[in-house]
Design a protein around this ligand. Structure first.
Ligand SMILES: Cc1ncc(COP(=O)(O)O)c(C=O)c1O
Length: 318
């Protein structure tokens, strides 16, 4: 994702404050040990103003990630959801990327975070493509030598800040090799996922993806894609994905909040299909974008809208 564009306000511990005032001390436990949890969400312009895609699911996962680290978020799912919409309103944003973060703050250098206060923030910035041109033209990926974290050491499905050093190492290697992103294998040697996205394989008309036991983050976009594919009468198969599946795929794509639906056009120099986004990927992508922009009534319940369009002259639309 390109550099973020600074906005006016950040929500921090219940208060909307100017961007530059949302500071953290260098002794924060999370900075020293990675003990924070986060979410990544997107909002899109819709007939009801900016609408956050699957806000409730993201906030539930946020709380679940926090529970895994015995980090008590002092705000309910409802309060955090309303705060997320408020951040969009305060910054007059429509198509945005939102980053809720909760972390153990400054108190002690003990690894045990006892008595560290919990700080919670929600940032929203204008939304951009994670991989430039990726959704339109496809991404080039490499199979990483860095294996995905494993449940025997860290719970892979938890979105904890420290877990992402795993993704950082994989993506650094991928960029060094001249690719856009990495595919990480799990400890069994099956394909797990990308550095920040789930993987789908299309083969003989079927849409195939793996499950939590493959050491993946249980993607909220992945879940939506499974639902969209099912509703489009595409056969969906949930099973482990091998490197052979990847080599022989008709189509491959990533799903995730940041990458949305990004076709994969090449794996380690091997071209996928004819090197352009395949028809099933395109179909799912179109349905996905129609859905997030509120153009498909069937999926309106996935959207939480601000009810207002941005800009000084615009007022509430509903
Ligand atoms: C490692 C990893 N896998 C998968 C995903 C996709 O999850 P979601 O669709 O909920 O954004 C993400 C993004 O959150 C991620 O960081």
């Amino acid at each position: 994702m390109p550099a973020f564009t600074k906005t006016d306000f950040i929500w921090k511990n219940g208060t909307m404050m100017p961007w530059n005032e949302a500071q953290v001390h260098v002794t924060a436990h999370a900075l020293q040990y990675g003990t924070g949890v986060f979410e990544g969400m997107r909002s899109y312009d819709s007939p009801n103003g900016a609408a956050i895609f699957r806000l409730d699911a993201h906030m539930r996962r946020f709380h679940a990630s926090a529970n895994a680290y015995e980090l008590e978020i002092p705000y309910s799912i409802e309060q955090l959801s309303e705060a997320s919409l408020d951040v969009l309103r305060a910054n007059k944003l429509e198509n945005a990327y939102l980053r809720p973060l909760a972390f153990f703050d400054s108190h002690s250098f003990s690894v045990w975070p006892k008595d560290c206060p919990v700080t919670v923030t929600i940032i929203a910035v204008p939304g951009k493509s994670y991989i430039e041109g990726g959704p339109e033209h496809g991404a080039r990926v490499t199979v990483s030598t860095v294996r995905r974290i494993d449940a025997s050491t860290l719970p892979p499905f938890v979105k904890a800040c420290g877990h992402y050093t795993n993704s950082v190492r994989a993506v650094q290697e991928a960029i060094r090799r001249g690719y856009d992103d990495a595919l990480l294998l799990n400890s069994k040697g099956d394909v797990a996922e990308g550095s920040g996205a789930n993987l789908f394989v299309v083969k003989n008309g079927a849409v195939i993806t793996n499950d939590l036991d493959a050491s993946i983050v249980g993607g909220i976009t992945r879940e939506a894609v499974i639902q969209l594919a099912t509703d489009l009468d595409l056969p969906v198969v949930i099973r482990p994905i091998t490197l052979t599946d990847v080599e022989l795929a008709d189509e491959l794509f990533f799903s995730g909040t940041a990458v949305e639906i990004t076709p994969i056009k090449e794996v380690d120099g091997r071209v996928v299909g004819d090197g352009t986004p395949g028809p099933i990927t395109r179909r799912l992508q179109k349905t996905f974008f129609d859905t997030v922009h509120g153009r498909v009534p069937q999926y309106h319940s996935w959207l939480s809208a601000t009810g207002q369009t941005p800009g000084p002259t615009s007022g509430p639309t509903s």
